[in-house]
Write a protein of this length. Structure first.
Length: 207
């Protein structure tokens, strides 16, 4: 634990493909050295430029199943035909050292975290509108029209789950969205549940 003897915050961030989660997080991270991104395990193949241990731990289906069965995953889910999961130990170690930990995960995993870790703060990044999300995906031009359609189908399901999150941030402007994320995190740091140590020490001193 750090010198304040205070645990970090567990943050879960979700949002549909093309909403700009990664960009908002990167912007927020510029001024937040105490934030650590959790590195997930996945059975999907690395994309060009991705590195084992940096973006993901790229593992086989057998390795993933073994880790999941032996309880090494804090949550896991199947998404687009592959498995994705959060290694438990790394997350708890970082939280205990006082770092905030961000899980950028899809909705099934986020709901598992909500059940298992009630102290986690769940944030959903929304597009300004459904049409705008479609435009952004089409503009990327990295996907075929069929792939865009498939992503939009998935996005529909994801957007309908946004109500289950604690906070929603509309990403109509990256700077503003990152600022809102900062306010949410600052607010969460002031939760009484996050400040048990100081509360206990004050309570002791007045007894
Ligand atoms: P991609 O293959 O594009 O990197 O990720 C696909 C989806 O899986 C994204 O929505 C991403 O947030 C999610 N994801 C990444 N890591 C995890 C994880 O550890 N657990 C879960 N449940 N979802 C994850």
């Amino acid at each position: 634990m750090n010198k304040m003897n205070k645990k970090g915050l567990l943050l879960v961030i979700s949002g549909p493909s093309g909403v700009g989660k990664g960009t908002v997080l990167a912007k927020y991270k510029e001024n937040a050295p105490q934030m650590k991104m959790s590195v997930s395990a996945t059975t999907r193949n690395p994309r060009p430029g991705e590195e084992h241990g940096r973006e993901y731990y790229f593992v086989t289906k057998e390795q993933f199943e073994k880790a999941a069965v032996s309880g090494e995953m804090l949550e896991y889910a199947s998404y687009s035909g592959n498995f994705y999961g959060t290694p438990k130990k790394a997350v708890y170690d970082k939280l205990n050292e006082g770092f905030d930990v961000v899980l950028e995960i899809e909705i099934q995993g986020a709901m598992q975290i909500k059940n298992k870790c009630p102290e986690a703060v769940l944030i959903f990044i929304l597009p300004p509108s459904y049409e705008e999300l479609e435009n952004r995906l089409l503009k990327r031009q990295t996907e075929t029209p069929e792939a865009v359609e498939k992503r939009m189908e998935t996005a529909k399901k994801e957007l309908l789950a946004a109500r289950n999150y604690d906070y929603v941030i509309v990403n109509d402007d990256i700077e503003k969205a990152a600022e809102k994320l900062n306010y949410i995190i600052e607010g969460a740091r002031c939760l009484s549940s996050q400040n048990q140590n100081i509360l206990e020490s004050i309570e002791k001193s007045i007894k």
